[in-house]
Design a protein around this ligand. Structure first.
Ligand SMILES: C[S@@+](CC[C@H](N)C(=O)[O-])C[C@H]1O[C@@H](n2cnc3c(N)ncnc32)[C@H](O)[C@@H]1O
Length: 428
């Protein structure tokens, strides 16, 4: 990798970090704005690895930086604070020669016309190289720092999962595997790089090594999709049968909609309140050769879109904190606030309540989230069951996770999958 190219990749990673941590943008959005300018795919990969990595370790890297600095940086020098985190991350975690990590970080400070910061970064990074074990020992004794979580989230995980929280927070900082879903309708055998099936997950294949979808012709051919194995259980729990009418109430970008359609010939209404995101449902269905009616609308206000024909089954994949998928979206740790949780709960309760009357007697509603917080999962179903005597919670038999009250909770990293919650309610 030439020096200039690698400086560009680091500069792009710094832009992403500033967008996420400084301006509250999502990591996906930030990467989408910087990656196209990097021509070399190796640079794009390096930039992504840096941005994901620093967000995973952000609190720990910040503590290391502050430990190494004589006086804290001013808030207007947040770019330099993050630049030092980028340098530290390369020295601590990445397979980058130490001299390159230091010299490239220094070069980046010069590029930002902050010569003072170049000197400072050089001194801090060199000291880290010399004193790594001592400096790490000084910050790693607090789990919230060692595993880079905001205090409020760690506290919730500890309260909710007293026996499991250590494994859970360690899993949240790992790199997730790339998991594919075979299109059950496709007759062609997909040509794929080495991949392993997952016992208990009918359509899942885990690639030995992640690759860009552009390098998987089977993706464009509609033979495979990219979807975590835990998310693939939605189709199992819903268990839609041929001829039934199905509502996918929060459908975009359509991963679960498509999976349900791949499994059975059903009449599907894919609803989402976000028109732009609903477009991605349409393009996914087109790529896979599947058909559904799509509708922009608020699932909590059925009068504005429902034709009064009750559904056999409803999937409510509710908007949630995403605390189960932090390993794929480490920006969640820094973008979510504790106050979001109560607001998300109100939304989850509202949607569940509004959709229940749309179900036929005997029909099933599946409530799902990619959260590992009780507040968004059992607490929602407990409250719902207390108010709805015509609902029975069905026993689930999933290949992973544990029964919790009315549903089943999968914790991030169990059998290598994302954190998810499923409950299946039948109407009497
Ligand atoms: C967890 S995502 C759904 C993921 C999707 N089921 C999949 O598997 O690809 C939640 C979705 O709910 C949508 N949403 C949020 N509030 C909504 C509402 N009140 N009505 C309909 N859709 C809503 C969001 O736009 C978002 O696309």
């Amino acid at each position: 990798m030439s020096a200039k190219r690698s400086t560009n990749a680091r500069a792009a990673a710094l832009e992403c970090l500033l967008a996420v941590l400084g301006r509250g943008q999502s990591l996906d959005g930030a990467l989408a704005s910087v990656l196209p300018a990097l021509e070399d795919p190796r640079d794009r990969g390096f930039c992504q690895a840096l941005a994901y990595g620093v967000l995973r370790e952000h609190r720990r890297l910040g503590a290391l930086r502050d430990q190494l600095l004589r006086s804290p940086l001013r808030s207007r020098d947040y770019d330099i604070a993050l630049l030092i985190e980028l340098g530290l991350y390369q020295l601590l975690v990445m397979d980058v020669p130490g001299h390159a990590a230091v010299s490239q970080t220094v070069a980046l400070a010069h590029e930002r016309n902050k010569a003072w910061a170049a000197k400072l970064a050089n001194a801090v990074l060199r000291r880290f190289q010399r004193e790594m074990p001592t400096v790490l020992a000084a910050v790693d004794d607090q789990p919230a720092v060692r595993y880079s979580l905001p205090d409020w989230l760690l506290k919730r995980l500890q309260t909710d999962w007293p026996a499991q929280w250590m494994d859970l927070i360690a899993a949240q900082n790992t790199r997730a595997p790339m998991t594919l879903r075979r299109n059950a309708r496709a007759t062609a055998v997909p040509e794929l790089p080495p991949a392993q099936p997952m016992p208990g997950f009918a359509d899942a294949l885990v690639l030995d090594q992640a690759v860009g979808v552009d390098n998987l012709p089977a993706f464009a051919q509609g033979v495979i999709s990219v979807q975590d194995a835990a998310a693939q259980l939605a189709a199992d729990v819903l268990d839609a049968q041929a001829g039934e009418s199905i509502l996918d109430a929060c459908a975009a970008p359509g991963g679960k909609t498509a999976h349900i359609l791949e499994r059975a010939e059903v009449k599907m209404l894919a609803l989402d309140q976000d028109a732009q995101r609903l477009d991605s449902v349409k393009s996914n269905l087109e790529r896979l050769g599947l058909k559904a009616q799509t509708q922009v609308g608020d699932a909590g206000e059925p009068t504005s879109w429902w034709d009064e024909q009750p559904f056999d089954r409803i999937l409510l994949d509710a908007p949630c904190s995403g605390s189960g998928v932090i390993r794929r979206h480490p920006d969640i740790k820094w973008l979510r606030r504790e106050s979001d949780i109560a607001e998300l709960q109100r939304g989850q309760q509202r949607l569940l309540k509004a959709l229940w009357p749309l179900l036929k007697p005997g029909g099933r509603l599946v409530y799902a989230t990619c959260s590992v917080l009780h507040a968004e999962n059992e607490a929602i179903i407990d409250a719902f069951m207390a108010e709805h005597t015509d609902a029975t919670a069905l026993e689930l038999d999933l290949p992973v996770g544990q029964s919790v009250g009315y549903g089943q909770q999968i914790l991030t990293g169990e059998s290598g999958v994302d954190g998810f919650y499923y409950a299946c309610l039948q109407k009497r």
